[in-house]
Structure formats: structure tokens, C-alpha cells
Design a binder for this molecule. Structure first.
Ligand SMILES: N[C@@H](CCC(=O)N[C@@H](CS)C(=O)NCC(=O)O)C(=O)O
Length: 251
């Protein structure tokens, strides 16, 4: 069966209404087919859980004022169609009228920028900034305390972001005053790194890197960031990373 025809099972959907789209009334975008964004979450309560890649896509949709539905997938009972579309990974965006089933946040945000260029989220920040943050964070969180190399590689990434924010960027965000594509890519992963490093390693990024603290504080006041974090707070992020560490990364 074609992926686009697969039925929704083991998940549930909510409609997300964007105030910006509402103001457009009969605009082209309001009339266009709605996207359905498949995210990690609780299908019963329709709450977002802990996926920084999903948050990147949700921030992009919110920033661009794109009306969409959200389908929440519980990883303990992944539907068959998700396995076929993405090998079980989220996020995925779907649009049944176009037969669109698109996994991978890199591909999705590029597609959204092309299809919905206004407002543009193109970033002036260097392309490589924050690019190795997540793998180095994962190595750090997995590594024993005596593994100094894992710590120093992670710290080099944090320092580069901190330096850019405090010296080179226009601030207070990576691309200036508004959330851009670089913020959408880096901030959710950085947020996970802050929460998990403190909870698991007692390593307080926000205490050590002052510009990152200001950055996270600024983002926390932005609805597009705040409303796309796990609905039940940082404890969800902590629990997710603790479970990964305890399992020895077997899932
Ligand atoms: N390269 C993908 C990575 C997506 C990804 O790894 N998502 C995680 C959730 S945060 C996932 O779906 N993992 C599947 C699993 O743990 O079973 C992207 O950028 O979208």
C-alpha cells in the first residue's frame, strides 16, 4: 500500500490554529490543504513529549504562521505506517492531497522555507554553528566521568555558541531579534543538553556559559519556543535521557 493511503492507527490528531493564519482570512495559505505534523507525544492526552527534531519543525510552522494538525505518536506503540514512511522516526509532515509524507527535520524545514517563504527564516549565522553540538552532547552524557576528551569536545561546541552570541551575533538570538532557521535547529538540542547535562552529570551549562543563559531566557519568552517544549516540562526531557543512559543506548 502507498504510504500516503495508510490509515492512522495508534495515534491521535489535534488541530493547531495559528493566530497569524487566522488574520489572513481568505488568503491562499488559509485555503491551502493543511499539513499534519507527526510528532513524539501522548496520543491520549495530545501532549508533546521530548523530541528536539519535532520542536524544530513546530517552531518553523509557528514562526511562519502555518496552520496544521499534530499527530502524536507514542514510541511504545508506533503505528505501522510510521515504520514504512520513516523507519519509525519523527518528525514527519503529511499532506494527503499532495500525497506528501516527508520525514527528517532537515528536509522538512527546507521544504517549508521553499513553499512558505514569508516570513523568511533564512539565517545569517554561520552554517557550521552548533552543527556538532548534539553528537558531542550525546558522547558527553554517555561517557564516564574520567573521559576528559568527551567533556572537552562538548565544551568546545558550547564555547563556540557562547562566543558567537556574546561577540559576533547581533543577538539576543543567533540571527538577531527573531527566531530564525539556525535558532530552530540549535535551540531545541541546546535546551535538551542544558536539562540533561545538569540532571545526569551535575554539569550546569547555564551557570558556566552566560550568553547561552541569556539566549535560553530570551527563547523562553517566545511563544514559538515555549509552546513547543514538552507539555509537562523539563522532567519529561530528564526522564527521556535518563532512560537512554540506563539502557546503554539500546533504544
Ligand atoms: N534526522 C532526523 C532524526 C529524527 C530522530 O532521530 N527522531 C527521534 C525522536 S527525537 C526518533 O524518532 N527516534 C526513533 C526512536 O527512538 O525510536 C531528523 O532530523 O528528523
Amino acid at each position: 500500500m502507498q504510504a500516503s493511503k495508510l490509515a492512522f492507527k495508534n495515534c491521535s490528531r489535534t488541530a493547531l490554529f495559528s493566530p497569524r493564519t487566522a488574520h489572513r482570512g481568505t488568503s491562499k495559505m488559509a485555503a491551502a490543504a493543511k499539513y499534519d505534523v507527526v510528532v513524539k507525544g501522548d496520543p491520549d492526552t495530545k501532549k508533546l513529549t521530548d523530541c528536539p527534531f519535532c520542536q524544530r519543525v513546530l517552531i518553523t510552522l509557528a514562526n511562519k504562521g502555518i496552520e496544521h494538525d499534530q499527530t502524536y505518536v507514542d514510541f511504545a506503540r508506533k503505528p505501522d505506517w510510521l515504520m514504512q514512511v520513516s523507519g519509525g522516526k519523527v518528525p514527519v509532515i503529511r499532506q494527503s492531497e499532495k500525497g506528501l509524507n516527508m520525514p527528517d527535520s532537515d528536509v522538512i524545514v527546507e521544504y517549508l522555507e521553499k513553499e512558505h517563504p514569508n516570513p523568511s527564516m533564512k539565517s545569517s549565522a554561520p552554517a557550521e554553528l552548533g552543527g556538532s553540538l548534539f553528537p558531542n552532547f550525546i558522547n558527553f552524557i554517555k561517557a564516564p566521568a574520567e573521559d576528559k576528551e568527551a567533556t572537552s569536545k562538548f565544551e568546545a561546541e558550547l564555547q563556540a555558541i557562547n562566543d558567537y552570541l556574546s561577540k559576533e551575533g547581533n543577538g539576543p538570538l543567533l540571527g538577531g531579534a527573531n527566531i530564525d532557521a539556525k535558532d530552530a535547529a540549535v535551540a531545541p538540542k541546546l535546551y535538551h543538553a542544558c536539562v540533561a547535562s545538569k540532571a545526569i552529570k551535575g554539569y550546569d551549562i547555564l551557570e558556566k556559559y552566560k550568553a547561552i543563559k541569556t539566549y535560553i531566557d530570551t527563547l523562553s519568552s517566545k511563544p514559538a519556543f515555549k509552546q513547543t517544549l514538552p507539555a509537562d516540562g523539563d522532567s519529561v526531557i530528564e526522564a527521556g535521557w535518563k532512560a537512554k543512559v540506563a539502557s546503554g543506548w539500546s533504544h
